[in-house]
Design a protein around this ligand. Structure first.
Ligand code: FES
Length: 355
């Protein structure tokens, strides 16, 4: 149906100028408009804070590998917001539907909105999948997954994909959640473990008083951890602890991490400056370690953004004057006309942004 419309679209460009035919098609069916979009086909309530959305993308979708993420855009109160969500389904090919699982986080505008308002039939904006938090190609080595909370979602995609394809793998999965009610996919994961001989080690840190991640705990639960290719995904504390542990063991290249937040460096206090927002004629004080996106928001602006982690490029703003510090690398840079990711850059002295 969609591909049959393409020749018509080309002809339509001739007769519908200056209004593009995509605009007319969009009125009839929002999936047929310009750009990558998807329709929510099914909702599954996973917990009181998490919902899985099965999405049918339009013909522009190029597919995702298990473990990758997609950028999803929605309009809330007339403002478009973009966020990144991991694919949690086994399949996400060009002609497949795919699933993301959205965990409502405290203060998370988009995740909370989706949990409360997402409905079957709703159309969302999408970007092509990205990320290298994926399984290696070919024969799989021994694997260890360490996840916490919604960090389970990319790993769930990998587990489901391995199960669906019948790929043989030696898997240990250590997952942390506060209690049974928030232990995502617990039943399904136990079933997969039984069926495939995997080892699932659920740690309920609040209800059962299990311990959070530590080197000693890892040694006890998975003595051969150093022989495994490891994947970690979860909150900052887990990311820091696993990174430090693999680093100390000299095995940093055996650990893959998927971060939900930017990996920022500590920068000297007092190295910021005055931030001028040229278009909106506002001025604010920008600390040397504070992302310019936050400075702008606190000044009452609503800059476009997506991941807030320096990945999606959804927050690029033109620098007019001054220099900025990239908080992920510590590098200070900037010439007039440079595009700056304001979610991970801070003022390095006085700075003017075209915003
Ligand atoms: S919001 Fe994604 S790179 Fe800044």
């Amino acid at each position: 149906m969609i591909s049959a419309l393409r020749p018509l679209t080309r002809i339509g460009h001739w007769i519908a100028t200056p209004v593009l035919p995509e605009s007319y098609l969009e009125l009839i069916n929002p999936l047929l408009g310009a750009g990558l979009r998807g329709r929510i086909e099914r909702l599954v309530r996973e917990s009181d804070r998490a919902v899985s959305l099965e999405i049918r993308p339009n013909h522009q979708w190029q597919g995702a590998r298990p473990g990758q993420y997609v950028r999803l855009g929605i309009d809330v109160d007339g403002v478009r917001h973009w966020r990144c969500y991991s694919v949690s389904s086994a399949k996400a090919g060009r002609n497949d539907t795919f699933t993301i699982t959205v965990n409502a986080i405290d203060g998370g505008q988009v995740s909370t909105w989706l949990n409360c308002n997402a409905q079957v039939g709703m159309v969302v904006m999408l970007d092509q999948a990205a990320g290298d938090f994926v399984l290696p190609q070919g024969e799989l080595p021994k694997l260890l997954f360490v996840t916490a909370g919604s960090g389970i979602t990319p790993v769930m995609g990998m587990l489901r994909a391995m199960a669906a394809s019948g790929q043989m793998a030696d898997v240990v999965h250590l997952h942390y959640s506060p209690d049974d009610a928030h232990n995502l996919f617990a039943e399904e994961r136990r079933g997969l473990s039984l069926a495939h001989g995997w080892k699932t080690l659920d740690q309920l840190t609040r209800s059962r008083g299990d311990q959070h991640f530590s080197a000693a705990q890892l040694d006890a639960l998975c003595p051969d951890w150093a022989e495994r290719l490891a994947y970690a995904c979860g909150p900052a504390a887990l990311m820091d602890a696993t990174a430090a542990h693999w680093q100390q063991a000299g095995l940093a290249d055996q650990l893959k991490q998927e971060n939900f937040r930017p990996v920022l460096k500590t920068v000297a206090a007092g190295a910021g400056g005055e931030v001028r927002f040229w278009n909106s004629e506002r001025v604010a004080e920008g600390a040397g370690d504070k992302p310019l996106l936050e400075v702008a928001e606190q000044a009452g602006l609503m800059p476009k953004h997506g991941c807030r982690m320096g990945i999606c490029q959804g927050c690029l703003v033109t620098l007019k004057e001054g220099q900025v510090r990239d908080l992920t690398s510590g590098e200070v840079f900037g010439e007039s006309g440079d595009m700056v990711r304001i979610c991970v850059c801070a003022a390095a002295g006085n700075v003017t942004l075209e915003l």
